[in-house]
Design a protein around this ligand. Sequence first.
Ligand code: 0R9
Length: 634
Amino acid sequence: MAKYDESSIKILEGLEAVRKRPGMYIGSTDKRGLHHLVWEIVDNAIDEVINGYGNYIKIILHKNDTITICDTGRGVPIGMHESGKSTPEVIYTVLHAGGKFSEAGYKVSGGLHGVGASVVNALSKSMDVTIYRDGLISNIRFKDGGKVDSPLKTIGETKKTGTMVTFTPDLDIFKNCHFSYTTICERMQESAFLLSGLTIEVIDEEDKRSAKYYYEDGLISFVEYMNESKKPLHKVINFKGTKSDIEIEVALQYTDAYNESIMSFVNNVKTSDGGTHEVGFKTGITKAFNDYAKTNSLLKGKDGNFDGSDVREGLTAVINLKVPEAKLQFEGQTKGKLGTPEARSAVESVVYDNLKFFLEENKEIALTIIDKATKSKIAREAARKAREEARNGKGKNKLEKNLSGKLTPAQSKNPKINELFLVEGDSAGGSAKQARDKKFQAVLPLRGKIINTEKASIEDILKNEEINTMIHTIGAGYGNNFDASESNYDKVIIMCDADVDGFHIQTLLLTFFFRFMRGLIEQGKLYIANPPLFNVITKDKKYNYFWSEDDVKDFIKDKTGYRISRFKGLGEMNADQLENTTMNPEKRSLIKVSITDAALAEKRVKVLMGEQVEPRKEWINENVVFTMEDDLII
Ligand code: 0R9
């Protein structure tokens, strides 16, 4: 038994290491890390489906932050391991054990790190594993971060097969142990799209709701779902092919929208940062459309070619790859980018061949898409010409006339240093005008609420005066023809009141930039101003600015004879205050807008700003904590 003791100590050391540095294994201990535990276990269940066993996965969210995940696969083997322990005990207590045992061809790499079920056990207050296999029901239980509470034992007989894992995350590790039903549903729906024929059911016992996902035509349904609120121009195009041992499936559809939306997956893991397969996809479609247009005299020699952005305007696509483990290379900080070089040429050739064939066979659809690409090309070339003219002074008068009375321009014409403040309302605009450094800061007051670009038609959006003025002022086009390098400003800064209306306008502006000038965000040129919320005037008549209640409380602790006021709007600040807190680069702090997960951002904008009310209500109920505002203010 010496070996048993020795290895037991090693195991506990391994699990202890996970508890000491959970971030190293699951990324973080916030909401994201907590859900990582779920993905780890679910990925094991999905692996079993990919291997061809079982087609049903159930997830149950119990009260008191406990979760159960079941599959109907073969069941984890229940025999003895050479170490003298049962196989399930090894799987759930030895780091990385699962991967070493199993010989799946295209294993899911298990979310972010693929570290296995033992990590989940290490970070749980309790874990219960029940296995249906070999005619028996077997159970093993763990407590306090992976200590065996009850070793594997038979608890009954059965004709079924499968595995059921129940665990309660450890409150000592996670600040908040509450699983999000919507987060889990979103991810499970995505998995069901990728694995046609698999049913995934999610049940929330506390809030008495449930969802069931099953798709016969996975990727086609996925694209239809993504285009639900848009107007498709044709039925979904879908094809498959294999090259260099890489299996490729693509589904795509054009809509009347302007932005592109491409999602890609490799071995059922989302590649949020794209990679070689997306590059191959883009090259493939650009070539296919240019070839088709040339062969059919839709593009003549003098017309030049469509560029990538022309043939991606309004495109929604899902790319799904199965890459053998030996060829898998992931890159980037979050490993969300495919690096496998062969994937580029493989995807390019499968996409080119299949799309070219499809276009030849479906003339009407081909012409519809080419017509859209042609319009994009014309608009792109016109925008470029207008920019060049503006830069050379030719079209300048026209541009300035367009903006007359609204924009207060900067003296400098240098786009590398100039800043544009988008300010809510004329009165705040007035203060900002006085507070700015006129050498390089321009102010554009926006009157009232801008249109919700997620709901309105493109015609109405472009008719909207505020939107038009912004497009002209920034001067770098919009939609697929937006080119951040042409922007007249190095920083575009949204400056709104810190009240409900202000936040609403800020959200509408962010939606506009996300949909029509995404490059501005991607290039790190979009910011939100951060004006103070409180002013404490002390006995010596000095103004002290604060951004949080806690800081105010801290400041007044040992003072008397002060006066606190809350800045309700920018208009309440005089020019001097605005300059010294919010606009002067030496003294201000800005919030930089960035996109960390494009697909998630896409979904959030759709839910929070889109037409449908129910998904928004559900998301808000689930994710927003309502508190009483301003307990400090007198
Ligand atoms: C509810 C979550 N499901 C699981 O965690 C789960 C793991 C698992 C499994 C096997 C079957 N179903 C499972 N569900 C399995 C795999 C293999 C052979 N028999 C059964 C194999 O890969 O060869 N296992 C995952 C790892 C292992 N089993 C083991 F083999 F390492 F034990």
